[in-house]
Design a protein around this ligand. Structure first.
Ligand code: FAD
Length: 304
């Protein structure tokens, strides 16, 4: 008996193609699996609400130590819930820095068995607490492994990209050249790191097209929910904060609800401007908040 179900998933790249035909924008929401010691019921209730907003797809993060580093495979479980219980297409994040080739094969098989056909192929952050494996050095190695193997080449593969350059890269230009290699190794769409200044995205996109990358790119937008959260994110990814944004943080940092609403308004303004300028996709880092995802969609849903 063949345990692998017949593949009935839509590739993310096909969603872009369909949306482009009618001049519309792909809208995706990123979620993360329940953290250790957190209430899984609460997280799953939020995920169900987020899926009920019917984004074009939902991407599901995984730890840099691989999707099963905490025991089980939370990324797979959440992706399967989104696909098989909520009926929304998931994109499972897949890091490789701490994975052997066999770990990756096991994860890809499990994804196929759960009818999940899209991955975000990532290297993952280098973390001294996580043992590095040697099978994949860069995300492009993982991408090319998936794209060239008989069993997995049908996966939709998305890659990550960095409008301000990746933190480890000496120059944004060097990072862009590496991005071109990654795309050539088999990505069919890209998602950017979060940014708070649209002009950074527009000038990045000019360079992306000039270097010959012609696949769809979604803009990563994160509505700020707390000063602490932003400081943590920015220290990890190096995104710059425009004065308009830091003034907002300073004014509302001690009024959480005011800051949340200001953050939603700021993200809304970014999204309206991006859509007006013809962005192909929006990737909302909603931090598992159904409230934020719903409010943003109430503001921009008709534009999409
Ligand atoms: P790569 O594309 O491999 O790039 C890493 C660095 O190596 C860059 O500086 C690049 O310029 C350089 N490089 C690439 N190829 C070469 C080469 N051939 N020669 C020399 N240098 C090279 N992390 C998680 O742990 N879990 C997640 O779920 C997760 N989701 C993410 C989602 C998005 C949309 C984004 C933008 C990032 C996400 N990350 C996640 C963070 C990501 O893992 C880190 O940014 C990581 O440091 C780089 O991953 P990458 O796949 O972009 O790496």
């Amino acid at each position: 008996m063949n345990l692998i179900r017949k593949e009935i998933h839509v590739k993310i790249s096909e969603i872009y193609t369909e949306k482009a035909k009618i001049s519309r924008t792909v809208f995706a929401i990123e979620v993360f699996p329940p953290k250790k010691n957190a209430s899984a019921d609460k997280v799953y209730a939020a995920l169900e609400e987020i899926a009920g907003l019917k984004p074009d797809y939902i991407s599901v993060t995984c730890g840099a130590g691989g999707s099963d580093s905490g025991g089980g495979n939370p990324t797979l479980e959440v992706s399967s819930f989104i696909k098989n219980s909520c009926g929304v297409e998931p994109m499972a994040h897949l890091t490789c820095v701490a994975s052997t080739r066999q770990n990756v094969i096991d994860t890809l098989n499990a994804l196929k068995q759960n009818n999940i056909g899209n991955v975000l192929a990532l290297r993952g952050d280098i973390n001294p607490e996580v043992t590095r494996e040697n099978d994949f050095e860069y995300a492009s190695d993982l991408t090319s492994f998936i794209r060239t193997s008989e069993e997995y080449r049908n996966f939709g593969i998305t890659g990550a990209c960095y409008p301000e350059g990746h933190v480890e890269s000496e120059t944004a230009n060097a990072d862009l050249k590496n991005l071109k290699k990654k795309v050539d190794s088999g990505c069919d769409t890209l998602i950017t790191q979060l940014f708070f200044e649209n002009t950074l995205f527009y000038s990045f996109m000019e360079k992306v097209r000039l270097i010959g990358i012609d696949i769809p790119v979604s803009a990563g937008i994160m509505p700020v929910t707390s000063k602490k959260q932003i400081e943590r994110m920015v220290s990890m990814c190096g995104a710059s904060l425009p004065a308009k944004f830091t003034k907002m943080l300073a004014r509302y940092e001690n009024r959480p609800e005011a800051l949340r609403d200001a953050g939603i308004a700021y993200a809304t303004e970014q999204i309206v401007d991006l859509i007006s300028n013809g962005v192909e996709g929006i990737h909302l880092y909603a931090m598992n908040s159904a409230y934020i995802a719903r409010k943003v969609l109430e503001n921009v849903g008709k534009l999409l």
